[in-house]
Unconditional design. Structure first.
Ligand code: BGC
Length: 388
């Protein structure tokens, strides 16, 4: 029965947050008062401090996550210590240490490096503080209680699908397209210290490998393993540099790259800059390769709208935030949160009970239905590429 209650709470909270979003608190909002009562059916939050640790503010995705978690928790009657760590591991460790010292009742953590928080998690455990891993799995620790995220393998499948759709090898409805290639494609993956990078890459390769094997796709650089194609800390500049190097090394014979698997919008922008500097584009119609992405960051949504980037993956940070809040509240009320996956996410020590959300592919013609109609970005933000 406890579970039912929290499922109902989750539904109520998600609704409340999405209603708040429709009222102007979309992804780019910094408005901290949603004015929404997120308690449900007599379930009253007791209040107290909750620590929320996010990796960086250099990506609009994490700012949206941080704001959504903070707004939702405050609306539910909690105080929030929200920290961003500038992608620096010692900074994040220190921030989490301080949250514990300040008496946080629960921790919601999106790790920079999923393997470096064991000391902090031991201290949290000793203090009886539940730990929720937010979007990125915290590895190598017994003391992570729950994981809220998206179906990360499927995100990779969607990224590869969008690449094939852009090349015309597949249609958006999943049927076979008319193009047969061969197409020159290059692959990028995320940061190896982020467990998600492996799920995205493996998901993508489950679709792309058969097309490489049958000759539809050609990886001219020969770099096909995650060890060869990863980008440390998901840095845009590093991706730009790698794309420049690939062009010099593998495309100096007059051949052209026609598609790039990119797992994150920030990397995609670096890749597009390298391609643009080398004379590709400016738009897909002018020969810019099909470049994929992830997160529906506003700068990239504009590029999709302008026919420069081909696609992204929309992971609704409002829903993820709402789920994290439901889980934290469940622990604070002495209940077990509802998991919908208890098999996939082995952190090296144990399988962490997880709640996975669904994602969607954003193409130019789904920007309005997915992002504008849901209040995630406004039409003006899409046009300007600027949040708020
Ligand atoms: C997240 C992605 C994001 C990436 C870079 C991953 O852990 O799941 O949504 O693109 O980090 O910030």
């Amino acid at each position: 029965m406890v579970l039912k209650k929290f499922v109902a709470l989750a539904a109520g909270l998600t609704l409340a947050l999405s209603l708040a979003a429709c009222g102007g608190s979309g992804a780019g909002s910094t408005d901290t008062d949603t004015g929404t009562d997120t308690t449900d059916g007599g379930t009253t939050a007791e209040g107290g401090l909750i620590g929320v640790a996010m990796p960086t503010q250099t990506s609009s995705r994490w700012i949206a996550d941080g704001n959504a978690v903070k707004e939702g928790l405050e609306a539910a009657g909690y105080e929030v210590d929200l920290q961003f760590a500038n992608d620096d591991i010692p900074t994040q460790q220190q921030q989490v240490d301080q949250m514990i010292t300040k008496g946080a009742k629960a921790l919601i953590i999106a790790a920079i490096d999923g393997t470096t928080l064991s000391g902090q998690l031991d201290a949290a455990k000793a203090a009886g503080i539940p730990v929720v891993a937010y979007d990125r799995l915290i590895r190598d620790s017994e003391n992570v209680d729950f994981y809220v995220t998206f179906d990360n393998f499927k995100v990779g499948v969607q990224q590869a699908t969008s690449l094939l759709v852009g090349l015309g090898v597949m249609n958006a409805d999943g049927s076979e397209g008319s193009a047969t290639g061969p197409f020159n494609v290059e692959l990028f993956a995320g940061s190896l210290d982020d467990n998600n990078a492996f799920f995205f890459f493996n998901g993508a390769m489950s679709i792309l490998q058969p097309k490489i094997d049958d000759g539809t796709l050609v990886i001219k650089s020969g770099q096909t393993t995650i060890e060869q194609v990863n980008i440390l800390r998901w840095q845009q500049e590093t991706a730009q540099k790698r794309m420049e190097d690939l062009l010099t090394q593998a495309y100096n014979d007059g051949s052209k790259v026609q598609g790039v698997l990119s797992p994150y919008d920030g990397l995609s922008r670096g890749i597009l800059t390298a391609l643009g500097n080398a004379g590709y584009g400016p738009t897909i119609a002018d020969g810019m390769p099909i470049v994929t992405g992830q997160d529906a960051e506003i700068e990239s949504v504009k590029l999709i709208n302008d026919d420069v980037q081909f696609a992204s993956i929309f992971k609704d940070t409002r829903k993820l935030a709402a789920q994290a809040i439901v889980v934290a509240q469940a622990y604070l009320m002495g209940a077990e949160p509802e998991a919908n996956d208890t098999e996939t996410y082995d952190n090296g020590v144990k399988v962490v009970p997880s709640y996975l959300l669904e994602s969607d592919i954003v193409y130019k013609d789904t920007i309005t239905s997915l992002l504008v109609d849901s209040g995630y970005w406004t039409a003006d933000e899409v046009a300007s590429g600027l949040a708020g």
